[in-house]
Design a protein around this ligand. Structure first.
Ligand code: NAD
Ligand code: UDP
Ligand code: UDP
Length: 318
């Protein structure tokens, strides 16, 4: 018999970095959580502490295949997020975003579930509008090495809005900007984990290009809070809504900050800038503030200190 007091949440990509934090928060507030993952970039270790919980269930499954379960809320996070991982098997990346979205939308349609898409600031590509607002259509190369991810996520947004218009689905599209924190994979390949691991182990810090390109980094706890608030909005709120921390830094500033926080002797070396690497990125979070009553609270220095602490402990364990 169904327990009507608990919401049944499906988190795809639940064993990944963001997904594992989201599963944790959902369990804390009393939801029944079904965590789905194919362990492409995620790991059982990220959710091993949740496995014994009565309200937690894990299934190994690939979202590109249909899934028949009964749920109330779907958080669709399945997709590799780091360029080196999403470019390793680009066809699978597009399939994950597009077929994955179709399957999860089909599931939402059958279950009459609400569904949230983890979209991305990458839909803005290498943007001419700065900071980026939701009405900006973006500047994305359709045939480049980042396109499998960028265009896959753009097509997923299209599918979400067409299922909303055509089938009256309750959708929430969150455009997530660079997020960091504990449980990023040490070999994830994204800039924060790379620089921290390099600084902790005394290796050279690999700065791509001049290091003048910018990103705005959001701490994971702030991000998860915004996702939960977005899922809780009235049905007419579909998004897209930008979620991120507007504090903007150059990659050189980030490298210097991490070296200083760790007291590392690592040197900065310059490597070629990958193609289509966006030059600047900063979210306009006016909508998130207005609609979700949300703003990030963890400043970069504080979030980096917590993340460094996590990676230090990982190095001690291994
Ligand atoms: P991650 O790589 O740690 O997590 C992705 C998870 O999805 C992994 O556990 C992986 O195994 C799983 N997965 C991949 N393909 C799958 C498939 N076909 N079927 C089932 N599971 C699959 O990355 P993350 O940072 O936690 O990102 C989570 C989501 O948030 C992604 O959709 C990503 O695009 C989005 N996002 C993240 C950021 C960020 O900065 N972290 C920014 C924008 C958007
Ligand atoms: N689907 C799923 N679980 C469900 C219902 C549908 O995985 O509970 C998948 C199925 O693969 C289907 C896709 O979602 O092809 C889209 O479903 P929809 O109902 O929109 O279209 P269909 O293809 O069934 O006409
Ligand atoms: N970057 C870097 N060194 C690294 C990894 C990344 O200088 O070891 C740069 C990368 O070129 C980009 C920025 O850091 O300009 C953010 O890269 P990441 O892969 O973390 O995220 P995304 O480019 O998807 O925003």
């Amino acid at each position: 018999m169904r327990d009507l007091t608990h919401r049944r949440a499906l988190v795809t990509g639940g064993a990944g970095f963001l997904g594992s934090h989201l599963c944790e928060r959902l369990l804390e507030r009393g939801d029944d959580v079904l965590c789905l993952d194919n362990f492409y970039t995620g790991s059982r270790r990220n959710i091993s502490h949740l496995l014994g919980r009565e309200n937690f269930e894990l299934i190994r499954h690939d979202v590109t295949f249909p899934l028949y379960v009964e749920v109330d809320d779907i958080y669709n996070l399945a997709c590799p997020a780091s360029p080196i991982h999403y470019q390793y098997d680009p066809v699978q990346t597009t399939k994950t975003s597009v077929h994955g979205a179709i399957n999860m939308l089909g599931l939402a349609k059958r279950c009459k579930a609400k569904i949230l898409q983890a979209s991305t600031s990458e839909v803005y590509g290498d943007p001419e509008m700065h900071p980026q607002r939701e009405e900006y259509w973006g500047r994305v190369n359709p045939i480049g090495i980042r396109s499998c991810y960028d265009e896959g996520k753009r097509c997923a947004e299209t599918l979400f809005f067409d299922y909303h218009r055509q089938h009256k689905l309750r959708i929430k599209v969150a455009r997530i900007f660079n997020t960091y924190g504990p449980r990023m994979h040490p070999n994830d390949g994204r800039v924060v984990s790379n620089f921290i691991m390099q600084a902790l182990t005394g290796q050279d810090i690999t700065l791509f290009g001049t290091g003048n390109q910018t990103r705005s980094f959001c701490y994971v706890d702030d991000l998860v809070e915004a996702m939960l608030r977005m899922m809780g909005t009235p049905d007419e709120v579909t998004g897209p809504i930008n979620i991120g921390n507007p504090g903007e830094f150059t990659m050189l500033e980030l490298a210097e900050k991490i070296i200083a926080l760790i007291g590392s002797k690592s040197k900065i070396i310059h490597l070629p800038l990958p193609s289509d690497d966006p030059k600047q990125r900063q979210p306009d979070i006016g909508l998130a503030t207005k609609i979700l009553g949300w703003k990030p609270h963890v400043a970069l220095d504080e979030g980096l200190a917590r993340t460094i602490n996590y990676f230090e402990r990982q190095l001690q364990v291994s």
